[in-house]
Design a protein around this ligand. Structure first.
Ligand SMILES: C[S@@+](CC[C@H](N)C(=O)[O-])C[C@H]1O[C@@H](n2cnc3c(N)ncnc32)[C@H](O)[C@@H]1O
Length: 729
C-alpha cells in the first residue's frame, strides 16, 4: 500500500477539502471565534516554523501566545505538534486532547491526534479520532485514507474498500487513492474493478511504476478480456517497461492479438499489405509483444511464421526497401522475436534456402565495404542469430551506436550485448572446480543455453530481509530475529542473474554472492547487473556441491530450481545447510511431481527418440509433436516454456531432473532438521483456497493438508514448491 505522508498535516488537510468541507471549516472558524484567537499572520508564522521543522521555536512561540489566548485550540494544536516533533508523544496526545476539549470542531486536533495513535498501534482510539475528524470535514479525504489503511492492515478489506471508494469520490484526482483501492480490490479478488482503479491511477500519474506493476499483476488474474484502447495502451506500457514483469500481461496480450487477427488467421493468400496492417488490427499490441515477450501461443506462432515468410518473399518490393515507420517497427519486432525465442520457430526447407540467399547478400554487401540495408538485417535476425555471422558481428559492433532506432536496438541486443558477455566470461572468479559427472553435464547444457534470457525486472520497495520472509510466508507470522545490518546472502544456482539481482535490489544493504556452473549464464547476469547499476552482487563460478571450503557463512540462502538438477539433491541441500548460519533462512524451489505430470508423460514419450537439441532440431521436434494432435500435446502447448529453445530444453530434455511429492518434500525438509516457515506463491489464490479448505490451520503450514489440496488441484505448484525454511540455532 502506498501511504501518504500523513503525520501532522495541519492546514494541508483543510486545503484539500471540497466545497462541502469549506462549510464545515466556516463552522470551525465560528466556533473558534467564540474563544479569542491569534491573528492570521501570527498563525502563518507558526505554520512556517512547523514546516521548517523548527519545533523548539514553535513550542516557545505558541506557549508565549497561549498566555494571551489560553483556550485557543489552534495554538494548543501547534504546541502539540511541536511536542510530537520532539518525540514527546504522550504530552502531545494530552495537548491535542485539550485542544479537542477547547474546540470539539477543530479538525487538526482530531486528525493529528489520530495520526500519533495510529503510529503507536492504538488503532481503536485512532479510528475514533479519524472518525471525528471526518465528521468535522466530510469533504476531506485524508481521515478516510488513513482509516482505510488501518482497515487494510487489520485485514478488514471490505471496510477498507468502502473507505477508499469514498475517498476517491471526494478527491478523484489522487492517484495514490486509486492505487490503494486497486490493491484492496485485488485482496477481495475483484480483479475487474482493481484493474480500473490502477488504470485511473495511471491516467492521473503516468509515471507511477508501482501502479503499473500492480495493474499487470491484477491483469494476470483477471479472466475477462477488455476491448478498450486505454487498457490496451497500459498493456503496451507493461510490455515495454523494464520494471514490470511482462509475463503478467502475457495472456491478455495474446487474447487481444488473437481477437484482432481473426480476419487474417485463416487467409490463404496472405499479402504484404495484410502483414503491414497487423499492428493496427491488434490495437498496436503485436509489435510491442513480439519485441518484448516470447510469443507463447501456437496459433499465433503459426500465423506469424506465415507472415514472416511473406515478408521474406517481398524482400525486393519497394515498400520493403524503404519501409514506412509502421512496417519498420514490425520488421524489427520479428527480429527481436527471433532472438527471444532463440530461433525455435520451424522453417521449411524452401524457406531456409531463401534465408541462405539473404545471408549471402548481406555478406556480399559487407565484403564490399558497404552497410547492409536495415530491412535485410531485420529479416535475417528473424531467422538466424546475427552474432553467429562473423562479418555482421564485426560490422554491428562498430555501426550500432550511429544507427537509428529501431536498428540500433536490434544490434545492441543481438550483437553488442552478447559480445560484452563473451568478454565478461573471463572476468568471473572461480571458487571451486566443477564436479565430474552430472555437474559437468548440467554445466554443458547451460553453457549452450543459458537460462532464462531476461530483460525485465519487477522489484518491490527495498525492505529488510526478514520483512521479505514475513511477506512471503504470510499469513504465517513466525517470530523472527532482528535482521542483520549487512545481510550476507548466497544465491546458489543463480542462472542468468535475475534472481540474485532482484534479491540485491530488495535488500540494498546486503552482500549477495551469486554462484552457478555456467559461465555463459553468469556473464549474462554480470552484464545485467552493470546495466541496472546493481553493485551489491558478486557473480562467481562454482559447484554448490564443492562450496564447503568457502570459509563464509550466510544469513540467507536462496536456491530456486537448482537442487532437483543434481544427482543427489539431498547432498546439495546438506552442502547449503552447512553454509547457512544458525537461525538463518533458506528459500528453495523444487519441482512437484503432480504439477509436472504432463511433462513427465511427454518426457517418457520422447525418451527413446533421438532429438537434435539445437534450435533447428527442437523446432522440427515441436512441429512433429503438434502434428500428432493429442490432448497432452495441446496441454503442453499451453506452457510458456514450450516456446523458446533454452526453456524447451530445460522443460523436456534436462540431463538431470528429480521431482518431489509432498511427502518427499517433508522428508527432505524435516529430515535435514529444518523448520518449515511456509510456501510462497506469486498470487494469493492458493493460500486463500487452503484457508477455505482447512480453516483450522490459518497459517497454511500443514504439509498433509497441502497434499490434499494438491491432489484436488494438481497444478497448484506448477511454479514449483517454493518455500522458506529456517536452520535451528
Ligand atoms: C533452471 S536454472 C535456474 C536458475 C535460477 N535459479 C532461476 O531461478 O532463474 C538452474 C541453474 O542451476 C545451476 N546449477 C545446477 N546444478 C548446480 C550446481 N551443482 N552448482 C551450481 N549451480 C548449479 C545451473 O547451471 C542453472 O543455471
Amino acid at each position: 500500500m502506498r501511504k501518504k505522508r500523513e503525520m501532522l498535516m495541519s492546514r494541508a488537510a483543510r486545503r484539500k477539502a471540497s466545497a462541502q468541507s469549506r462549510k464545515a471549516a466556516r463552522r470551525t472558524k465560528r466556533s473558534a471565534a467564540a474563544a479569542p484567537a491569534p491573528a492570521r499572520d501570527v498563525l502563518l508564522e507558526l505554520e512556517a516554523l512547523r514546516k521548517a521543522g523548527r519545533s523548539l521555536e514553535l513550542e516557545q512561540r505558541s506557549s508565549a501566545l497561549m498566555r494571551r489566548y489560553p483556550d485557543s485550540a489552534v495554538l494548543l494544536n501547534m504546541q502539540a505538534i511541536a511536542q510530537a516533533m520532539q518525540g514527546r508523544e504522550d504530552e502531545a496526545l494530552a495537548t491535542f486532547e485539550r485542544a479537542q476539549a477547547s474546540d470539539p470542531a477543530c479538525f487538526d486536533a482530531w486528525f493529528n491526534h489520530a495520526n500519533i495513535l495510529k503510529a503507536r498501534g492504538r488503532y481503536d482510539r485512532a479510528f475514533e479520532s479519524y472518525r471525528r475528524a471526518a465528521a468535522i470535514l466530510p469533504g476531506s479525504d485524508l481521515p478516510l485514507i488513513n482509516m482505510g489503511l488501518m482497515c487494510f492492515e487489520a485485514g478488514r478489506f471490505d471496510e477498507a474498500a468502502a473507505l477508499f471508494s469514498r475517498a476517491a469520490e471526494i478527491n478523484p484526482n489522487n492517484p495514490d487513492t486509486h492505487n490503494n483501492l486497486g490493491t484492496i480490490l485485488v485482496r477481495l479478488r475483484n480483479y475487474d474493478e482493481a484493474i480500473l482503479s490502477f488504470a485511473r491511477a495511471l491516467l492521473l500519474n503516468p509515471d507511477y511504476p508501482d501502479a503499473l506493476k500492480r495493474f499487470a499483476k491484477a491483469r494476470r488474474e483477471c479472466r475477462s478480456h477488455p476491448d478498450n484502447g486505454t487498457i490496451a495502451g497500459l498493456i503496451i506500457r507493461c510490455l515495454e517497461s523494464r520494471e514490470t514483469d511482462n509475463g503478467n500481461v502475457d495472456n491478455v496480450s495474446k487474447l487481444i492479438i488473437h481477437a484482432g487477427l481473426q480476419d487474417v488467421l485463416a487467409k490463404e493468400d496472405l499479402a504484404l499489405e495484410d502483414v503491414s496492417a497487423l499492428d493496427g488490427m491488434t490495437r498496436g499490441l503485436l509489435s510491442p509483444y513480439m519485441s518484448n515477450a516470447v510469443v507463447s501461443a501456437h496459433v499465433i506462432e503459426q500465423f506469424l511464421c506465415r507472415a514472416r515468410a511473406v515478408l521474406l518473399d517481398a524482400r525486393e518490393a519497394p515498400a520493403m526497401r524503404d519501409p514506412d515507420e509502421k512496417l519498420e517497427t514490425l520488421l524489427a519486432a520479428f527480429a527481436h522475436q527471433g532472438f527471444l525465442n532463440e530461433y525455435i520457430w520451424y522453417v521449411p526447407a524452401e524457406e531456409e534456402a531463401k534465408v541462405d540467399a539473404l545471408e549471402a547478400d548481406v555478406r556480399r554487401v559487407l565484403s564490399g565495404g558497404g552497410a547492409p540495408a536495415a530491412p535485410d538485417i531485420f529479416l535475417l535476425a528473424a531467422y538466424r542469430p546475427l552474432f553467429a555471422i562473423a562479418p555482421l558481428r564485426a560490422w554491428g559492433l562498430s555501426a550500432w551506436a550511429a544507427a537509428s532506432e529501431p536498428l540500433k536496438s536490434v544490434l545492441r541486443k543481438q550483437i553488442v550485448n552478447p559480445a560484452e558477455e563473451v568478454r565478461l566470461r573471463d572476468t568471473i572468479p572461480s571458487l571451486t572446480a566443477i564436479g565430474e559427472g552430472v555437474s559437468q553435464c548440467v554445466q554443458a547444457q547451460y553453457e549452450e543455453n543459458p537460462y532464462p534470457r531476461w530483460e525485465f525486472l519487477s522489484v518491490e520497495q527495498p525492505q529488510d530481509c526478514t520483512w521479505w520472509v514475513m511477506q512471503d510466508v504470510s499469513p504465517h507470522q513466525p517470530v523472527l530475529a532482528p535482521p542483520p545490518e549487512n545481510p550476507q546472502i548466497l544465491v546458489a544456482g543463480c542462472g542468468t542473474g535475475k534472481h540474485p539481482i532482484t534479491t540485491a535490489l530488495c535488500h540494498r544493504n546486503s552482500d549477495v554472492l551469486a554462484v552457478d556452473l555456467s559461465r555463459a549464464s553468469l556473464a549474462y547476469g554480470k552484464r545485467m547487473a552493470r546495466e541496472l547499476d546493481v553493485t551489491n552482487v558478486t557473480f562467481a563460478h562454482a559447484d554448490i556441491l564443492k562450496l564447503g571450503d568457502l570459509g563464509r557463512s550466510f544469513d540467507i540462502i536462496e536456491s530456486s530450481g537448482v537442487l532437483h538438477h543434481m544427482e543427489d539433491p539431498d547432498a546439495g541441500l546438506k552442502a547449503l545447510i552447512r553454509l547457512l548460519k544458525p537461525g538463518g533462512y533458506m528459500k528453495l524451489g523444487l519441482y512437484s511431481e503432480a504439477a509436472r505430470a504432463d511433462i513427465v508423460a511427454i518426457r517418457e514419450m520422447v525418451a527413446g527418440e533421438a532429438v537434435d537439441l539445437t534450435a533447428r532440431g527442437l523446432g522440427a521436434f515441436r512441429r512433429e509433436l503438434f502434428l500428432r494432435k493429442s490432448d497432452i500435446h495441446a496441454r503442453l502447448g499451453k506452457l510458456r516454456d514450450f516456446y523458446s529453445t533454452s526453456e524447451l530444453r530445460d522443460l523436456l530434455f534436462h540431463v538431470q531432473e528429480h521431482r518431489y511429492t509432498m511427502s518427499g518434500l517433508a522428508n527432505l525438509i524435516f529430515g535435514n532438521g529444518l523448520e518449515f516457515l511456509g510456501f510462497l506463491f506469486s498470487m494469493d489464490e492458493p493460500k486463500l483456497r487452503y484457508q477455505e479448505m482447512f480453516p483450522e490451520d490459518p497459517d497454511c503450514l500443514n504439509l498433509e493438508n497441502w497434499q490434499k489440496l494438491e491432489e484436488a488441484e494438481p497444478l497448484t505448484f506448477v511454479g514449483m514448491y517454493q518455500f522458506w525454511c529456517r536452520k535451528p540455532y
